[in-house]
Design a protein around this ligand. Structure first.
Ligand code: ATP
Length: 323
């Protein structure tokens, strides 16, 4: 392997820049050329590929987003699109890839390896933390910090007006951000897609807290929850508790932005170096992750298929803390 291509794909996540930088730096260390592929697989198809030098990665570690940009490419899902992408990589002499993204992006890397034999190491870059094969994904910690900071502010107004707030956090089909943000912000309840709580149980909890003279109530709702988003649940509760002053806040995309936390910078840096070293050691079609604070390579096939389950212990703790 002499030339590596690096790309970010799918939803952006804080720490992606730190991961790219680490890939480029490790590439230099091992005398490799590193090419930036812009806008994920779209750039691979459009030949938006440029060699990265040390200037390209100056002062990016601390920046949110991804300077390589990210995109979703429908064309890459077709064999014809992937053929064009392969020809473009070959025209630059790129013989291996580091793909930073979520399960869709890693699926693309896996298919590409199977079809064209281009070795790839994936890095888990998503705020959702929904990838098997790593305890934490790049961007998750920052997103939780951002959510908690926002919820702290919401609590000030909730307390001043004795309001009940339903705050919706991101996470797609996974409740990881909701659980962390909920524990970290003393939520009255946490509603996640993995564990449906009947509205009656939530009402009981709220009434109990009212008796206990709690000054504010914040319920964290994960988007995509089986019982509906924050607005839907708030509507149901309003019908049963009409005297409550209920408000809904959807945190939305602000959770994706901002400078990466120290944890994400370090995680991304470690994984970026691991990706390059993994490729040089012949570890192909794998995702580099962190388990019990050790770098672990998991076959991409497992990372995208196997389910990462929520931590029951965290849920139990959240339950104790909110009653
Ligand atoms: P996030 O978790 O943040 O949404 P993601 O990587 O899962 O990130 P997707 O939109 O699912 O985001 O995938 C990103 C890109 O990966 C797609 O636009 C597409 O180019 C490629 N991709 C996804 N699924 C496939 C597939 N089955 N075959 C080929 N390429 C795919």
């Amino acid at each position: 392997i002499k030339k590596i291509g690096v790309l970010t794909s799918g939803g952006d996540a804080p720490g992606m820049n730190a991961a790219i930088r680490a890939v480029v730096r490790a590439g230099f260390y091992y005398n490799l050329d590193v090419f930036g592929i812009y806008r994920g697989y779209e750039g691979m198809i459009n030949n938006d590929i440029r060699k990265l030098d040390s200037r390209a990665i100056a002062h990016v570690l601390e920046r949110g987003g991804t300077f390589l940009k990210s995109a979703r490419s429908e064309e890459f899902k077709t064999p014809e699109g992937r053929k064009v992408a392969y020809e473009n990589l070959k025209s630059h002499g790129i013989d291996a890839l580091v793909v930073i993204g979520g399960d869709g992006s890693l699926t693309g890397a896996h298919l590409f390896y199977k079809e064209f034999g281009i070795p790839a190491v994936g890095l888990p870059g998503t705020i959702d933390n929904d990838l098997f094969g790593t305890d934490l994904t790049i961007g998750f910690d920052t997103a939780c910090n951002t959510a908690i900071e926002a919820i702290d502010k919401i609590r000030d107004t909730a307390t001043s007006h004795d309001r009940l707030f339903f705050v919706e956090v991101m996470g797609r089909d996974a409740g990881f951000i909701a659980i962390n943000a909920g524990i970290g912000s003393a939520a009255a309840a946490i509603l996640i897609p993995e564990k449906k709580i009947p509205v009656e149980k939530l009402i009981d909890r709220l009434k109990f807290r009212e008796k206990a003279k709690k000054e504010s109530n914040i319920v964290i709702v994960a988007e995509g929850g089986k019982s509906g988003g924050a607005a839907e649940i708030a509507e149901k509760v309003k019908k049963i508790l009409p005297s409550y002053d209920i408000k809904v806040t959807i945190l939305g995309h602000l959770q994706r932005g901002g400078a990466p936390s120290s944890f994400d910078r370090i995680l991304a840096s470690k994984l970026g170096v691991a990706a390059v070293e993994g490729l040089l050691q012949g570890k192909y079609d794998v995702m580099a992750g962190i388990i019990n604070n050790k770098i672990v390579f998991t076959p991409i096939k497992r990372a995208i298929v196997d389910d990462k389950t929520v931590d029951e212990e965290e849920l139990r703790i959240a339950g104790i803390l909110s009653t």
